[in-house]
Design a protein around this ligand. Sequence first.
Ligand code: 5GP
Length: 223
Amino acid sequence: MSIRYDQRFGFQQEIREKGVGLVFILSAPSGAGKTTLVKEVMEQLPGLRFSVSFTTRLPRPNEKEGEDYHFVSHSTFQRMVEKNAFLEWAEVLGNRYGTPRPDLEKLKQEGVDLILDIDTQGAKSVLKQMSQSVLIYLLPPSLKILRERLMKRGLDSLESIKFRLSNARRDIEEASTYHYVILNDRMEVATEKLRSIIIAERCRWSKDSIIEENKKLWEDKDG
Ligand code: 5GP
């Protein structure tokens, strides 16, 4: 349980939310603002953990080993594939990315939900293996804005930006197969939407255990 200041009501509010062992998959074209959104929601909502993928891509200047990704060589990645260490893995824009297998039972016991930041191929594969996964697509307001954001962050070459944009066009067509789509027009609104989805899904997937835990209370009451 954590206490926080509620801006709307202006008083300290108790937040009893905790994770129930769910997997939330967030996909978006690069530059849609996924990383900022995930960080913001994780600060606001207890019981969320980011699943750190393995990649053969080189780290960008602002990225930290073990936080953003585990950066590994091609041979290490290949060994992990052969050992069946990944829940899914894919080649994205010429690099390989893999999601380590989560222990869902352990997460549930710890009161934690997992957030996976993976592409549309990975999302489909995880949903097949874990039907409780919740798929959320973050849609940038327009390709023009996406281009501007990619240019402004200055992390990719012009060629890589062109490649990312042509992939984004194809990728966005997958959005309708997701459970939820969030338009990332204003970050505060997108954050509130993601937070609400997580809370609602926690209620939905934990309804049986809530009923079970509270049966005793009802039996004790008169009438
Ligand atoms: P970036 O290089 O911009 O960090 O990521 C490129 C793409 O790879 C993004 O769409 C991101 O969601 C995706 N990605 C990151 N980790 C994984 C993973 O473990 N599996 C899959 N399938 N995609 C991933």
